[in-house]
Write a new protein. Structure first.
Length: 255
């Protein structure tokens, strides 16, 4: 037990210092829980009804994962079409930049009008905001095939244009783009949690964002901060999971 505690302290000492400093700051300044709840109050809020927080955390996580999968799928498809047809790329790039530059608070009412009010709206908004980075990175990966391998494929009369374009895409361009795809998943993993959280917060749907806005309206800041901390843990955990997947499979496609 002591060894486990020592290893945890060595590995996560920064978190312990942050929690101790947070508790000391609140205690010394005698802050009201409405202004800044202490870590102790946040922990008590969570332990008082863990099922409530876990249920809403699941709603946020499932919406974020659904939006991420949809955004990546659309990004891969559109990037592949853009790689195969430069004219298609010239049409899609300005449109993608346009949608990506619209603030999330402006996108939400439009999406709600188009697809209706519900959890699927969160998935759609998350997909829209995760699509563009995946599209750019995957397209860049498709175009970054090794020159030596390009020459070898050209010697076999297999080029990115013509009747053997699909063979070139399958055996050279696609494997070259896989590292970029893994990078995009790692970068978008915490982003999709944030987008889902903000969407729930603004729309008042089920999820941690809803917990935060409803707790704020009743001045239960300990509950609001608990939801915020859970979302942080989800973001970090999702990022670490995506990083582990990238480290495991990246070597298969890297020269």
């Amino acid at each position: 037990m002591r060894a486990w505690l020592f290893n945890a302290l060595v590995r996560y000492w920064a978190i312990f210092i942050l929690l101790v400093s947070w508790q000391a700051l609140v205690t010394v300044n005698d802050y009201n829980s409405i202004v800044a709840p202490s870590p102790m109050q946040v922990g008590i809020a969570f332990l008082s009804d863990p099922e409530y927080f876990m249920l809403h955390a699941w709603h946020t996580l499932s919406s974020a994962i659904g939006g991420l999968i949809l955004g990546i799928a659309v990004g891969i498809t559109v990037a592949s079409l853009s790689w195969a047809t430069p004219l298609f790329n010239g049409l899609l790039m300005p449109m993608s930049l346009f949608f990506r530059s619209i603030p999330i608070v402006a996108i939400i009412p439009i999406i709600v009008r188009l697809v209706g009010y519900g959890s699927h709206s969160v998935i759609m908004i998350t997909a829209i905001l995760t699509f563009f980075p995946c599209y750019l990175l995957f397209l860049s990966g498709l175009e970054s095939a090794n020159s030596t391998r390009r020459d070898f494929f050209a010697s076999l009369n297999c080029r990115p244009k013509g009747i053997k374009m699909l063979s070139f895409f399958r055996y050279l361009a696609l494997p070259s783009a896989m590292p970029s795809l893994l990078v995009s998943v790692r970068l978008l993993a915490p982003t999709c949690i944030l987008v889902a959280l903000v969407t729930e917060f603004l729309m008042g749907l089920q999820g941690l964002g809803y917990v935060m806005t409803s707790a704020r309206s009743t001045l239960r800041m300990d509950v609001s901060w608990t939801a915020a901390l859970i979302s942080c843990f989800l973001s970090v955990g999702f990022f670490l999971l995506a990083s582990a997947v990238e480290q495991k499979y990246r070597s298969r496609w890297v020269d």
